[in-house]
Design a protein around this ligand. Sequence first.
Ligand code: GRF
Length: 196
Amino acid sequence: METNESVRKIAVFASGTGTNAENIIRYFQDVRCGIEVALVVCNKAGAGVIERATSLGVPVRVMAAAEIRNPEQMLAVLDEYEIELIVLAGFLLMVPDFILGRYAGRIINIHPSLLPKFGGKGMYGRHVHEAVVASGETETGITVHHVTDKCDEGGVIFQASVAVDPSDDAETVEAKVHGLERKHFARVIREFMEGI
Ligand code: GRF
């Protein structure tokens, strides 16, 4: 039996619906590999992720952008939950420099395209999939990457792709990409954390 101290702890940062956060929480609750999601940080009151995480027994801190950007306040929260790795899953704020410094090499994000394509400012959620369809791409996918102070530019950890068919629209592309996220993201997080 693991003692609680030996469990390595992840914080998931999310702003929206939280399907990825939920999948990640469930994965680590099921596989019992000595890693757990110990905290969800959300910057949007009322976001779906709050209820999803709460119902799975994971503490949620809803924090305004100003609180997240306050080093004393934010680092105290991360320390309180002994967070070792930060995973962004649909988190729409830039990560402040003091967190990048403290968690160098230990902050990862998932982006719903094959970066460097369709990344950068304004490229989030449905906008990404609309741009993919509008530009006639024949494939898209997911990218798990390191987080830096440049939006969507950190080193790639993992990519997976899926075909975009002529009959696809943004909605069907989004569903395909969510399928890839469900299939891969939690396992990639586990493998990454086991390697650091
Ligand atoms: C996902 O498509 C993820 O790749 C992107 O934002 C979306 C979040 O969806 N970064 P959800 O809130 O996890 O449902």
